[in-house]
Each structure stands twice: as structure tokens, then as C-alpha cells.
Design a protein around this ligand. Structure first.
Ligand SMILES: NC(=O)C1=CN([C@@H]2O[C@H](COP(=O)(O)OP(=O)(O)OC[C@H]3O[C@@H](n4cnc5c(N)ncnc54)[C@H](O)[C@@H]3O)[C@@H](O)[C@H]2O)[C@@H](O)CC1
Ligand SMILES: [K+]
Length: 507
């Protein structure tokens, strides 16, 4: 029988996940990853903004009244939520009658509009407003300007007033600043008036309570489902499941006030008389990212480490790691955020005992389990805990006893599995993603050791799933960069040297 490709495995698993998850609410953080990965797939943000703004205009048009003057006030922030508001206004000019008015109130100044796509849509409105007398644009960077507009709204009691809240969406951070706060307080007061309806774009701006929310793609956690309509805006389903630069932006950032050791400490446990170099590759990759990388191994590896003075080493007795060193390694592990276990360990009986006993005692310490360690685990009664990441290739995966054809065999798998291949699949019992960076030049020995070094380094400050996704993405991206520079003729050391260049693209 021809073995399934990773892409086929992905599709088999995806069916199961999709039926469980597709209707769920998502968080703002998840939405931002999807949004950026959409761009990675080639869907420009300005296109999504167009669809978002258009769908807002369609919903707002239902509130327009015939035989009466409609006044629409669109309060816009400086980010893309405001941008959706600008697009909605353009579409609304064609829904409104010539008796109606449209007033755009920008809470800031044009030069401070944050994004390209919002800026372009603002320019279009300015062009329109020169010729279309129904459209007025006001800049209100301060409380006074906001209160003037509120007064104007209150003084028009006969007209049908629709207020659009395009102030802040998923990009809000912390408590509302002025003049947003004053505006929201006043809008909350106005909402009790019979002739006024308040419609929010994507999410209600913090503290605001309006009549309707028009949200995009999926409902957001913060929205009250009973007054929310969800509109599709052209985000392809696969944007949920692809690893892209959205995931990279979601990795935790270095705190500028942090001290030595706070940006990650990784312990590499691997190596043997025969395969002494593998853990060094993992360690070199990890040391590009975290503050401290230590290798615990047999003397053959430790000797080879002398050329790398920035790596700390710890030698154990013998030619292989064996049961006798469990206590020693366990003690050492306590001082590290993450342990990477497996590269070059070998698979003899002694090492088997070491791996199983060590993992039995490890508790909730984060561990990346790679290479030989995957082969020697006794999977009978093994608990796939959340604090483990496995990084198998196809043959190693077969040892793990997970049946792709039977979704129930995944039910208890809380560990993240990064199944390496032409396409890497990252999954656990809750989530799945596919990574497509990388190329056939990476079949050279040692690239897997580099990968688990990167994954382990990310794991020190992030959860397992995102660490595995970003590790696969960065390792493959470095390979793709090398492909264009050197063709297929590069080594794991070249990959390691490429890591800083790739990472600095996603700061
Ligand atoms: N996620 C997606 O796929 C799409 C998102 N779009 C829109 O983009 C929005 C997200 O855009 P952004 O990421 O630009 O973020 P927002 O537009 O939500 O807000 C960012 C702006 O708000 C300011 N800000 C943040 N916290 C504040 C506070 N507490 N008080 C006052 N000002 C504050 C920031 O300085 C920044 O200027 C979504 O909510 C949605 O409306 C759409 O354009 C279409 C596609
Ligand atoms: K909003």
C-alpha cells in the first residue's frame, strides 16, 4: 500500500476538526493571526476591508427610513476598524437619498491614520466629499470636537439618526483613552432616545452598549450573540489552518526591561558515543533565540562542544545516557524552562530505560521529544500531556500508536505533534495547522535537530502549539532563503546562521 502523504493526512484530520470547530467564537488574538495569514495567502487586507465595509453598509441600510430625513454619523478611530467605517460610508452614499446626510467623525487627525488601507479609503472619502454635499468629514482629536457633534445629534429630534461605531475593533489595548471615553459615555446616554440607533463595526467599542454589532468572519468572544450579525468577508477557511506570518507576530515579544535568563533557558538532553553532534545542532539553533542553552550529554558530545564557548555543558558518565543518570538530569532540568530530549541518544536498552523513567518523573516541565526518544518511549499507558511537543517524521510517528483513520485515537492527545515532511502538520486533540515552508534541500541530516532547537526555544515563552507552528515555519523559511542563495547545497549550520535573519523579519 502506498503510504499517505502528509497532505492527505492533513485532510483526513481536518475533516474531523472542522466539523467540531467551525462554528465557534474566536478571540481577537486568533482573528489577528487569521487576518495576517490571509495576507500570507495573497488576500490583501484592503480587499477584506472592502468586504467588511460593504457588509456594514448593507446592514445599516435596513435602518434607513423612507419619508423622513436620515442622519448617519460614523465615528471612526485611526486603525482598521475606522477603515471599515470609511468603506461603509462610501457604500452608504449610494443607499441614502438626497435628503439624507452622512457625517464622518475621525477621532484624531488624518496624518495619524495608522494603516495604509484605512488611509487610502479616507482619501477616497475626501474626494467624494468635495462633490457630494451630503457627506461631511470632521476631525475631532479632542473632547471639545466630540461634544460639538453630540450636541448636534441631540438637537435634531425629528430625524432618524444612525450612529456607526467604527472607533475600535480587535486592536484595542487597555482602557479607553480620551476623547474615545467621553464619546462612549455620551453615546450610552443617547441610545435611550427613540430616534437613535447605534451600530457597531466588528465589536462594540469597550464600554459601549448599542443596538447591533456587524462582525466579520466569525463571532468574537466579546460580542453578545443575540444582537450580532456575522458577515463573511472573503477569508478562506484554510486561513485558519495555515501557518504563516500571523503566527509569528503572535509569539511573545522580548520585554525591554527583562534580565538575563528571563528570555528563555533551554536544556538539551541528547547525544551518545556514536551520534555526538546532533544535540550540538539543536543547542546552536536554540542559542540564537534564548538567553541560556545547556547541553547535558556523554563525553563525546561535551568534547565537541569546546568549539562553542557560549554553550554550557554538563557531562554524565558512560557512552550513552542510561538509567543511572536520571536523578542527575532531573535535578538539572529544574533550572530550565524547556528540555529538548532525544537528538543522538541512540536506542539501546539503557537509553530506553533512561527516557521512560525520566519522562515518568518529569511532571509538568515542558519537554520537546525528538528523534530516538520518540522511538524508545513505551506508549502503553503513556500520557500525552500538554507540556510535551513531539517532533516525529513519518517513520517515528508510526511508533506513537496514533491511528490517523480513527479520530478517537486522538481524543486524549493533549501534547502537540509536529509531523515533519514536505508539508509539516502540527496538531493535538484541539487544533491543527499545516506549514508549507521548506524545500527538498532540507532532507540533509541535521535539519530536524535544528528544528527541535528552534521549537524548544520558542516553547520557553509560548504554548506548545504556537511554538511548534512557528518553529516549523522559521526552519522552513530559513531553508527557502538558502535555496534562493545556494540552491539545494546547504547544511544545517547554514540554516542555523540564517535564523536571526529570518526572525528579524517578524519583530
Ligand atoms: N481581522 C480581519 O480579518 C479584518 C479586520 N478588519 C478590521 O480591523 C479591525 C482591527 O484593526 P486594527 O488592528 O487596526 O485595530 P483597531 O482599529 O481596533 O484599533 C487600533 C487603533 O486604536 C488605538 N487604540 C488602541 N487601544 C486604544 C485605547 N484603549 N484607547 C484609544 N485608542 C486605542 C491604537 O492606537 C490604534 O490606532 C477589526 O476589528 C476590523 O474592524 C477589517 O478591515 C477586515 C478584515
Ligand atoms: K467598533
Amino acid at each position: 500500500m502506498i503510504p499517505m502523504s502528509n497532505l492527505e493526512i492533513f485532510h483526513k484530520l481536518l475533516k474531523n476538526y472542522y466539523s467540531k470547530k467551525s462554528k465557534d467564537c474566536i478571540t481577537s488574538g486568533e482573528m489577528s493571526i487569521i487576518d495576517n495569514n490571509c495576507e500570507y495567502l495573497g488576500v490583501p487586507k484592503i480587499l477584506l476591508m472592502e468586504n467588511a465595509g460593504k457588509s456594514v453598509a448593507e446592514e445599516v441600510s435596513r435602518y434607513l427610513k423612507e419619508n423622513c430625513k436620515n442622519r448617519i454619523y460614523v465615528f471612526c478611530g485611526l486603525g482598521n476598524n475606522g477603515g471599515d467605517g470609511f468603506v461603509a460610508v462610501r457604500h452608504l452614499t449610494d443607499y441614502c437619498s438626497f435628503e439624507d446626510t452622512l457625517t464622518v467623525v475621525l477621532l484624531g487627525k488624518e496624518e495619524f491614520i495608522k494603516t495604509y488601507e484605512a488611509g487610502e479609503n479616507f482619501k477616497i472619502l475626501k474626494n467624494i466629499s468635495q462633490l457630494d454635499f451630503r457627506l461631511t468629514i470632521k476631525e475631532a482629536p479632542y473632547v471639545e470636537g466630540v461634544l460639538e457633534v453630540i450636541d448636534e445629534i441631540e438637537n435634531n429630534r425629528e430625524d432618524n439618526v444612525i450612529i456607526i461605531d467604527a472607533l475600535l475593533g480587535t486592536g484595542i489595548r487597555g482602557d479607553l483613552r480620551e476623547p474615545f471615553k467621553t464619546l462612549v459615555d455620551n453615546l450610552n446616554r443617547l441610545r435611550y432616545k427613540e430616534n437613535i440607533k447605534i451600530i457597531s463595526v466588528d465589536v462594540e467599542t469597550k464600554g459601549l452598549r448599542g443596538n447591533l454589532v456587524v462582525t466579520f468572519h466569525r463571532n468574537k468572544m466579546e460580542n453578545d450573540i443575540s444582537k450580532t450579525v456575522v458577515k463573511k468577508i472573503g477569508i478562506p477557511t484554510i486561513a485558519h489552518y495555515i501557518v504563516g506570518w500571523g503566527d509569528m507576530y503572535a509569539l511573545s515579544k522580548r520585554d525591554p526591561n527583562s534580565h538575563k535568563g528571563e528570555n528563555g533557558k533551554v536544556l538539551i538532553v541528547g547525544g551518545s558515543k556514536r551520534y555526538f553532534g546532533a544535540p550540538i545542532l539543536s543547542a546552536l539553533a536554540s542559542s540564537k533565540i534564548v538567553d541560556l542553552t545547556t547541553v547535558v550529554s556523554v563525553k563525546h558530545t561535551i568534547e565537541a562542544l569546546r568549539d562553542y564557548p557560549h554553550l554550557i555543558s554538563y557531562e554524565v558518565e558512560g557512552d550513552y545516557l542510561s538509567r543511572d543518570c536520571v536523578d542527575e538530569v532531573m535535578k538539572l532540568s529544574k533550572d530550565y524552562h524547556v528540555v529538548i530530549l532525544g537528538s543522538g541518544l541512540g536506542i539501546n536498552e539503557d537509553t530506553k530505560e533512561f527516557v521512560n523513567e525520566y519522562l515518568n518523573e518529569i511532571g509538568d516541565k515542558k519537554v520537546v521529544i525528538d528523534a530516538d526518544a520518540i522511538k524508545v518511549i513505551d506508549y502503553r499507558d503513556f500520557e500525552f500531556k500538554e507540556n510535551f511537543i513531539f517532533t516525529p517524521h513519518r517513520r517515528e510517528f508510526e511508533y506513537m500508536g496514533i491511528n490517523i483513520e480513527d479520530p478517537t485515537s486522538l481524543e486524549d492527545v493533549k501534547s502537540t505533534i509536529l509531523l515533519k515532511g514536505r508539508y509539516d502538520i502540527i496538531f493535538n486533540n484541539e487544533r491543527i495547522k499545516i506549514n508549507k515552508t521548506g524545500n527538498v534541500g532540507m532532507t540533509v541530516g541535521g535539519t530536524g535537530d535544528v528544528l527541535c532547537g528552534i521549537v524548544g526555544a520558542f516553547f520557553s515563552k509560548n504554548d506548545g502549539f504556537i511554538s511548534a507552528c512557528c518553529g516549523a515555519y522559521i526552519n522552513g523559511y530559513a531553508g527557502d532563503m538558502l535555496l534562493s542563495e545556494k540552491g539545494y547545497y546547504y547544511t544545517p549550520m547554514d540554516l542555523i546562521e540564517c535564523i536571526p535573519k529570518v526572525l528579524s523579519m517578524f519583530r
